[in-house]
Design a binder for this molecule. Structure first.
Ligand SMILES: C[S@@+](CC[C@H](N)C(=O)[O-])C[C@H]1O[C@@H](n2cnc3c(N)ncnc32)[C@H](O)[C@@H]1O
Length: 291
């Protein structure tokens, strides 16, 4: 199998979005987040033949896609699923305890002492867990929440731990999400099980962005605490369901093989990394759409 075995897929007619050109709605700066995919998601959702009642995001992380689907009114409801309890706790608080979360954001000033103290804190209310998740996300390198992630040192413009801390922006994003609270839900659990339940239901569309842990490079391994996925089962469920989905993966020959085995289609998108290099990602759908 050649290392460039994904070259058989055409290059997408839509370039990856520059993050400065799309609305950023998530309070999390999520590793592997999908802001660059917003133009593809809009194109896919606006081409659907019927309006979905449910937009399912079984590996939600920073939930860029669910927030887009609801804020831009492509679906009635978004159901988000996340296995990492700290991330799920964060979304639960955004949806159910926004005032308390915003109060904590307003009164926190990140420096090495306050961040150390907070991250070492063992407070175990859902609000404690949610706030620790947010602080870890905004003060660690590349937003990585998984254990062992290093904290920002010099950060942007030498502002260190504060360089990604924009309290008013975070509060505004939480308030905006709150406007649509009744149309969003979060479940802490296994996305694959949830996918199995929903796939193929009428008026349901699914956005699948699993940890990239197939093939040789497996970039998702170091980014997430939960990263073991039965990728073949994931493809199998989608293939058996006949439902509408859009899925992303790293461009890897093993992914390519599954795309071909299940007769899905894919396009390649060149995505700029934070280190100014470019990596290819695959946008996979059942039938070819104009992406
Ligand atoms: C690539 S990230 C999703 C990023 C997201 N699309 C965004 O825009 O921020 C994959 C997520 O899946 C979660 N995850 C891993 N295994 C899971 C499982 N079995 N069920 C649900 N979520 C899982 C990880 O914790 C991670 O947050």
């Amino acid at each position: 199998m050649s290392a460039d075995a994904t070259d058989e897929f055409p290059v997408s007619s839509i370039p990856a979005a520059n993050v400065s050109s799309v609305p950023l709605r998530s309070p999390l700066r999520y590793p592997g987040g999908k802001s660059w995919l917003i133009p593809h998601l809009r194109t896919w959702l606006s081409q659907l033949t019927e309006r979905p009642t449910i937009f399912l995001e079984p590996f939600c992380g920073g939930a860029t896609a669910s927030l887009l689907a609801i804020a831009e009114d492509y679906a009635d409801r978004a159901e988000m699923v996340e296995l990492d309890g700290s991330i799920a706790a964060f979304w639960t608080c955004v949806l159910e305890h926004p005032d308390e979360l915003c109060e904590r954001i307003e009164s926190f000033h990140p420096d090495s002492e306050s961040v150390d103290q907070l991250l070492g804190d063992t407070g175990d209310t859902i609000l404690d867990s949610a706030f620790r998740t947010l602080i870890r996300n905004r003060t660690s390198r590349a937003g990585i929440i998984a254990n062992g992630a290093a904290l920002l040192r010099s950060g942007e413009n030498g502002r260190g731990l504060e360089s990604r801390w924009y309290p008013q922006t975070l509060i505004n994003r939480i308030r905006d999400i709150q406007h649509n609270r009744h149309r969003l839900s979060i479940e802490c659990g296994d996305g694959l099980a949830q996918l199995n339940q929903y796939a193929g239901k009428p008026k349901t569309v699914i956005f699948v962005d699993p940890p990239y842990t197939m093939g040789s490079k497996q970039p998702g391994r170091r980014l997430y605490s939960y990263n073991e996925i039965d990728h073949a089962a994931l493809f199998e469920i989608l293939a058996a369901s006949n439902g509408e989905f859009l899925m992303t993966y790293n461009a890897d020959p093993h992914v390519s093989e599954l795309v071909q085995q299940y007769e899905f289609t894919a396009v390649r998108v060149a995505v700029k990394t934070a280190h100014a290099t470019v990596r290819n990602e695959l946008v996979i759908t059942r039938q070819r759409i104009d992406l």
